[in-house]
Design a protein. Structure first.
Length: 88
């Protein structure tokens, strides 16, 4: 819906304009949760989408590959996490 798009746009704007990585990560957490909800409700991709989770950040994200590339902790913990489910 249009409300969902506005929420995603607002989260993306915060990420782009934030000066602090902590603020960016917090907004990314919210953006990811909203994208996950949309992906489960609507088919957003023709290919498999992997729902991945980092227990350290207590955050999830979507990926187009099963390999973990954790967006929450950068190069320090790039491989931290696991695939929780696959959205097809």
């Amino acid at each position: 819906t249009e409300g969902n798009v506005e929420t995603l746009r607002a989260d993306a704007t915060i990420i782009a304009e934030a000066r602090s990585i902590a603020t960016q990560r917090k907004a990314f957490h919210k953006l990811s949760n909203n994208m996950i909800a949309l992906s489960k409700e609507f088919k957003l991709a023709d290919n498999k989408v992997y729902l991945q989770y980092c227990p350290m950040a207590k955050g999830s994200w979507l990926s187009d590959e099963s390999k973990i590339m954790n967006p929450y902790h950068g190069s320090n913990m790039l491989a931290c996490g696991n695939v929780k489910s696959v959205i097809e």
